[in-house]
Design a binder for this molecule. Structure first.
Ligand code: ADP
Length: 777
């Protein structure tokens, strides 16, 4: 106990008495709860000098129990009040037992009041404290066998597999041997607020399980005292408070330290709080983990006031000590169960991803990344690609977060970054604070900015408050403004701003352990990918070789055929017209075959050569393309309409120009009209306008189009025209062609991550649409 409380300056110029001074809203956090100067009126208290056992202080209600006013008792030797036999017992107890701060039962006294009184003794700061409380009515014979009861209770505790089960057992056992209406395990969170995590209550009472209570409900002095004390009985919350006479001990000149007194007068704030809940009697036990206050066992009785005889208190105290001793192993067991569950889910994820050959297995399907770690959002980034599940920031926000994380020192030193308030370190996180307030991040590869991330929102702390924690209704009591407990204990939802539930050490550890599993997977995959790439490279090379053979080995004999056909035609000038036209046909066929081979060669190159991406003004590109088809355009007497300049975008200008050249020359070619009209334009992402049967992959992208008023295309041919060497017309009709143009255009557009499609009415015209660059490859 802190000595400063003992020598606290008197309140109002007098020693403190909870009965006289109570507590005000301004000082409840420094209320001298250890020296209240008063006891609960259902018992009586005497303070003796240790040497001669003379009475130095007595509670003001002595007349009721001993038939003598305090003034008549003060200064008397105890032998005069209790007789020599009992005085001898007290002396024996003092000389043989450990009585310091440790109340012991010494005997039951038949007081003058006719009610037998249990007497307990302890010593405090060199003084002897005697507490007298009405003994239970039951006879010795019918007294419960507390040893047996406790053995059973402790045995049940050992069988609990999880912390929740452990705490539930605690509430059931305490309730069974105290016979109280409600027993709860109340756990303190890091920020001081409390939560009911287990409860055993009379069936007709509303459950309080899961309720959270603000830290102010149990002020600091009360928490400090519970760190020392195992048990706090208040059998009658409305009992009168009886002051000690005198308030200051004449020998020590200090108020009596009543920390260990069962009769210690409770804070008026506490008893009013209990009365507002309808509680008539209360008992509180403390739960400590490795010496620190971890929680409380709060017991309430509503039907009537309660009695807590010495034996019940001793059993409860013993049980609280056992609970505290075993708590660490219960928590460790609980962590183990959770750890095993996490490890199991991680294994499932890794093997599914290995089977699928894709990290997407972590975010798609069940279980997913967030099931493993009880998060609401999860993301994996590997080589700039994000896979996400649940509520996460957008890809752009994730990219920025990834850049920031990359430089976090924690990732370098500890291999993990965990926070329940990202905003504290990363102000830009405000934009997605609703989804990602807490972040747990594990680097997969810092050099590649690859991460594993879990998110928790602040709203996950939306809890059931037993009253609004920020609402402090005050009333003016006899001693000034007083903090009164809230009258309403209905559900109240309060979201703690800018904080998420904290990451438990077991979760951080599990996340850490997932990293090597994932790296293994990624390595295996890269190996597989490398093999696939090698295969692909080989087959590309085969194709290249084929194209080479086609262009050289085939072109060479073709050139020979062409040459000989020419020669033959020259030399057989006198041959018949029929023979002449056959030779002409042969020559035409060799020329055609030559251009088919060129197309094939070009097509195989288009797929392999890297794009040269840059910011490009498409209007310039279009003008270049128009220049290239100018001769045909003049010939077709075409009206070219460009309603507005095309935008600037990122693309390979030469390839896109090729696309325009192909679409423009088709638009000029495939028409029977003497005058043609061609319109070239675009639609920005949200702009209204006709986009034809737009493929979903290109939704949300700028759409470019080339529209003509030509012959149109039958619906059944709309897919076919994109196949290699497909022409819908005779070889020479509409200016001829190899049927490779659209195939190559499609490939060029797809290399840009875009799509090409068309809308057409036979006889009226066609519109070819295309998009570009969904993602830079
Ligand atoms: P090519 O023009 O060399 O024949 P393409 O691949 O460019 O080859 O076109 C394939 C076929 O699609 C063409 O032969 C033609 O039948 C049809 N086609 C292409 N563009 C149009 C268009 N604007 N209007 C009508 N038909 C078209």
């Amino acid at each position: 106990m802190s000595d400063s409380l003992l020598v606290r300056p008197p309140w109002d110029g007098q020693p403190y008495s909870v009965k006289r001074h109570g507590v005000t809203i301004d000082n409840c956090d420094s209320e001298p709860v250890q020296t209240p100067g008063c006891i609960q009126g259902h018992g009586v208290l005497l303070v003796l000098r240790r040497t001669d056992l003379a009475i130095l202080q007595v509670s003001e209600n002595s007349e009721r129990w001993f038939g003598a006013e305090p003034a008549a008792l003060l200064g008397q030797a105890i032998v005069n009040l209790l007789g020599s036999e009992r005085e001898a017992k007290l002396r024996e107890c003092l000389s043989t037992d450990a009585t310091d701060d440790n109340p012991l039962y010494v005997f039951t006294l038949d007081s003058g009041s006719g009610i037998p009184l249990d007497v307990t003794l302890h010593t405090s700061n060199g003084l002897v404290v005697l507490e007298f409380e009405p003994a239970p009515h039951d006879t010795q014979a019918s007294e419960p066998d507390y040893y047996r009861i406790l053995r059973k209770a402790v045995g049940r505790l050992q069988g609990a597999r999880t912390l929740a089960e452990y705490c539930q057992t605690v509430t059931e056992e305490v309730r069974s041997f105290t016979a109280l209406d409600r027993v709860m395990v109340y756990r303190f969170h890091e920020d001081g607020h409390g939560e009911v995590i287990a409860e055993s209550a009379r069936a007709d009472l509303p459950p309080w399980l899961g309720m959270h209570y603000p830290a102010e409900d149990i002020p600091k002095p009360a928490r400090d005292i519970f760190a020392k004390l195992w048990i706090r009985p208040v059998p009658d919350v409305s009992a009168e408070l009886c002051e000690l006479v005198p308030l200051l001990n004449p020998d020590t000149r200090a108020p009596l330290n009543m920390t260990y007194c069962a009769l210690r007068g409770p804070s008026v704030m506490y008893t009013e709080y209990l009365q507002n809940m309808g509680v008539k009697g209360a008992l509180t036990l403390s739960i400590r983990r490795e010496g620190q206050l971890w929680g409380l066992i709060a017991c309430h009785h509503y039907a009537s006031t309660a009695t807590f005889p010495y034996q019940v208190r001793a059993a409860c105290e013993f049980f609280a000590q056992v609970i505290s001793l075993q708590l660490k192993s219960a928590e460790d067991r609980d962590s183990l169960v959770y750890r095993l569950k996490l490890a199991d889910i991680h294994q499932q994820l890794v093997s599914r991803a290995a089977e699928a050959g894709d990290l997407g297995a972590f975010t798609g399907g069940s279980p997913a990344l967030i099931d493993a770690i009880e998060a609401t959002g999860g993301a994996i980034c590997y080589r700039k690609h994000w896979w996400t599940v649940g509520d996460t920031p957008s890809t752009a926000e994730l990219d920025a977060l990834g850049d920031w994380l990359h430089s976090r020192p924690e990732l370098q030193t500890h291999g993990v970054y965990a926070t329940d308030s990202l905003l504290r370190d990363y102000p830009a996180g405000e934009a997605f604070g609703d989804r990602a307030c807490g972040l747990l991040a594990i680097p997969l590869s810092l050099s590649h900015k690859s991460f594993l991330l879990w998110f928790r929102p602040e709203t996950i702390r939306t809890v059931n408050w037993g009253g609004n924690p920020h609402d402090k209704p005050t009333v003016t009591g006899p001693h000034g403004p007083r903090l009164t407990p809230r009258k309403s204990f209905e559900l109240f939802t309060e979201s703690v701003r800018l904080r998420s539930l904290p990451w438990r050490p077991v979760e951080i550890e599990a996340a850490r352990q997932l990293r090597p599993l994932l790296l293994d997977l990624v390595l295996n995959q890269s190996e597989r990918l490398a093999n696939l790439n090698a295969d692909l490279q080989r087959s590309n090379e085969d194709l290249d070789a084929f194209a080479y053979v086609a262009s050289h080995d085939l072109k060479e004999p073709l050139r020979g055929i062409h040459k000989y056909a020419h020669q033959l035609r020259e030399e057989t000038a006198l041959a018949s017209d029929d023979q002449q036209s056959k030779l002409d046909g042969l020559i035409r066929l060799t020329l055609r075959m030559d251009s088919l081979l060129d197309s094939l060669l070009y097509f195989s190159r288009v797929g392999r050569e890297a794009l040269n991406l840059d910011r490009v003004d498409l209007s310039t590109v279009l003008n270049e393309a128009l220049e290239m088809v100018e001769a045909r355009s003049v010939e077709a007497a075409a009206e070219v309409v460009i309603p507005r300049p095309l935008p600037v975008t990122v693309c390979d200008r030469v390839r896109v120009r090729e696309v325009f050249v192909n679409l423009l020359s088709n638009a000029l070619k495939y028409s029977d009209k003497p005058q043609r009209r061609i319109e070239i334009g675009y639609l920005a992402p949200n702009e209204p306008g006709d986009r034809g049967n737009q493929p979903k992959e290109s939704l949300g992208q700028t759409v470019y189009f080339v529209r003509d008023d030509g012959i149109g295309i039958q619906p059944r041919h709309r897919e076919r025209i994109f196949s290699m060497f497909t022409r819908l017309h005779g070889r020479e009709r509409y200016g001829g062609g190899t049927g490779a143009g659209l195939t190559i255009a499609k490939k060029l557009i797809e290399r840009h991550g875009g799509r090409i499609w068309l809308e057409s009415t036979p006889g009226k015209g066609s519109t070819f649409f295309f998009s570009l660059l969904a993602a830079v490859p």
